[in-house]
Ligand binder design. Structure first.
Ligand SMILES: CC(C)(COP(=O)(O)OP(=O)(O)OC[C@H]1O[C@@H](n2cnc3c(N)ncnc32)[C@H](O)[C@@H]1OP(=O)(O)O)[C@@H](O)C(=O)NCCC(=O)NCCS
Length: 167
């Protein structure tokens, strides 16, 4: 939309809080065939293993990402950019910040599942050095789609300054 131009890649991050869950649900329902429910987001607030960040651009909630930290492994549970803001490099900025956060918390490995048909997400993860570990047949029960498990080690700093979206 012309009113958003030029769009910088700088995002502001805040931890998940209850007041944003209604807005997240709107983004969520548009983004996924099997969206998380309100209760699922609220449960993240009580889950000590969950680390969930909201991403804002010019004060507008444009995405969110989360992972569960289990021992030395971060399991990514969400990476979502609102539909109007996709294809602009913001998913890469959000994911870079997520990996940095996981590294700060001591993650040695990051793991996730992605739909076989989700080309943008698979490209995003591959760009960040994730490799495909295995196919999980019918992982997405509602659509009976296979999940691709992807992982990468965090032995090196995960993102460059450019990927951080600095102006
Ligand atoms: C996956 C998602 C977070 C990517 O966010 P984004 O802001 O659009 O991503 P970026 O603009 O940073 O682009 C990331 C990569 O996807 C590619 N991409 C973006 N849109 C694409 C499209 N429609 N088709 C194919 N590739 C696409 C980009 O080219 C880029 O790959 P590259 O680095 O090899 O060029 C976003 O599409 C989304 O929220 N999708 C719905 C929710 C979802 O599926 N989340 C992932 C769950 S595992």
């Amino acid at each position: 939309m012309s009113t958003r131009q030029p769009l910088t890649r700088a995002l502001h991050f805040e931890p998940l809080s209850a007041r944003w869950i209604p807005d997240m649900l709107e983004i969520e329902r548009e983004a996924y065939a099997d969206p998380w429910s309100e209760n699922m987001f609220f449960r993240e607030l009580d889950n000590g293993a969950s680390h969930f960040q909201l991403a804002f651009h010019d004060g507008i909630l444009i995405g969110y990402a989360g992972f569960w930290m289990v021992l030395d492994e971060a399991h990514v549970t969400k990476v979502t950019i609102a539909s109007d803001y996709r294809g602009l490099g913001l998913g890469a900025v959000l994911f870079a910040a997520t990996l940095d956060f996981a590294a700060e918390l001591g993650a040695a490995w990051v793991r996730l599942e992605v739909r076989e048909s989700n080309t943008p997400a698979r490209r995003l993860y591959a760009r960040f050095g994730f490799t495909e570990v295995r196919v999980r047949k019918g992982y997405y029960a509602r659509t009976n789609e296979d999940g691709i498990e992807m992982a990468r080690e965090l032995e090196t700093p995960p993102s460059t300054e450019d990927e951080q979206g600095l102006d």
